[in-house]
Design a protein around this ligand. Structure first.
Ligand code: F6R
Length: 245
C-alpha cells in the first residue's frame, strides 16, 4: 500500500490524474475502472484539460464503472451513467460504445449481475481501478457486511449511504434504496487500484480501512492486501493517521 499525502482536493485530483494519464499513455487501449461521486470529479476535470491540450488520447480506452442505482435509467440526471457523460465522457474522445456501466433498469438482478461480470471478463479484467471511499468504508457500493462479495451484486444501501447521497437528490425519499455494484473480487483483481479521498468526514474510514484489521465490516480494508494499491488523500482525510505515516 502506497499513501500519497496531498495538500487539498485540487492536489489530490492532479496527482490522481497524473497516475491515470500515465496508464493511458503506457497502454492506449487500457481498461479503466471508473467511479462516480464527488471525489473523482476534480480528477476527471484535470484529465479533460490535458485531453484538450492534446496530451491525452482516449480513442482506444475501454471503461467499466463500479456501480449504478437500481431503478434509474441512463438518462435520469442522478444516474451514474448520466454522471459519467456529464463529468467525463462527453468531454473527451472516448467511444461511448466502449463504456460499460450496470443497467439500473434491468429488474432481473441475477441476469444483470451475471451480464456485468461477463463484460468485465470479456475485457480481460481491469488495468487500473479508480475508487472513492464511503464514509462507512464502502468501495463501489459494497457496504459493510459479514463477508466480502466476489462478483457483481445487488445491494441494499445503508442508511448512512442514503443520507450521504441525499445531497444530490431533491429529497432523501428520492434516493434509490438499491444499487448494482461491481464485487470486491473484481476490484481487487484489477492490476492497479487508485483511491482518491478528501475531507475530514472520511478520516475515520481511512483509519478503519487502512490502519485497522482487514474485515468486510470496513470493505476498503481488503485493499491492504493488494500488491499495487495507491491511496491519494488530503491532509483532512489523513488527520487521524498522521502519526502513523
Ligand atoms: C461511486 C462509488 C462510491 C463512492 C463513495 C464516495 O461510484 O462507488 O463508493 O466512491 O460513496 O462518494 P463521494 O466521492 O461522493 O464522497
Amino acid at each position: 500500500m502506497r499513501i500519497i499525502c496531498a495538500k487539498d482536493y485540487k492536489d489530490v485530483s492532479r496527482k490522481a490524474a497524473n497516475i491515470i494519464s500515465a496508464q493511458v499513455i503506457l497502454k492506449p487501449d487500457c481498461v479503466l475502472g471508473l467511479a462516480t461521486g464527488s471525489s473523482p470529479i476534480g480528477t476527471y476535470q484535470q484529465l479533460i484539460r490535458w485531453y484538450e491540450k492534446g496530451d491525452l488520447d482516449f480513442a482506444h480506452v475501454r471503461t467499466v464503472n463500479l456501480d449504478e442505482y437500481v431503478g434509474l435509467s441512463k438518462d435520469h440526471d442522478q444516474s451514474y451513467a448520466y454522471f459519467m457523460r456529464q463529468n467525463f465522457f462527453d468531454h473527451i474522445n472516448i467511444d461511448q460504445a466502449n463504456c460499460n456501466i450496470p443497467n439500473g433498469m434491468n429488474p432481473d438482478a441475477e441476469a444483470e449481475c451475471a451480464r456485468y461480470d461477463a463484460v468485465i471478463k470479456s475485457l480481460g479484467g481491469i488495468d487500473l481501478q479508480l475508487l472513492g471511499l464511503g464514509p462507512n468504508g464502502h468501495i463501489g457500493f459494497n457496504e459493510p457486511c459479514d463477508e466480502f462479495v466476489k462478483g457483481t451484486n445487488k445491494v441494499s444501501l445503508t442508511k448512512e449511504t442514503i443520507d450521504a447521497n441525499a445531497r444530490f437528490f431533491a429529497s432523501r425519499d428520492e434516493v434509490p434504496k438499491f444499487a448494482y455494484t461491481m464485487g470486491i473480487g473484481s476490484i481487487v483483481n484489477a492490476q492497479r487500484v487508485l483511491m482518491v479521498v478528501n475531507g475530514a468526514n472520511k478520516a475515520q474510514a481511512v483509519r478503519d480501512c487502512f490502519f485497522g484489521p482487514i474485515s468486510p465490516r470496513a470493505p476498503g480494508s481488503i485493499l491492504q492486501l493488494h500488491p499495487d494499491f495507491t491511496l491519494v488523500a488530503d491532509e483532512a482525510a489523513l488527520s487521524l493517521v498522521k502519526d502513523l505515516l
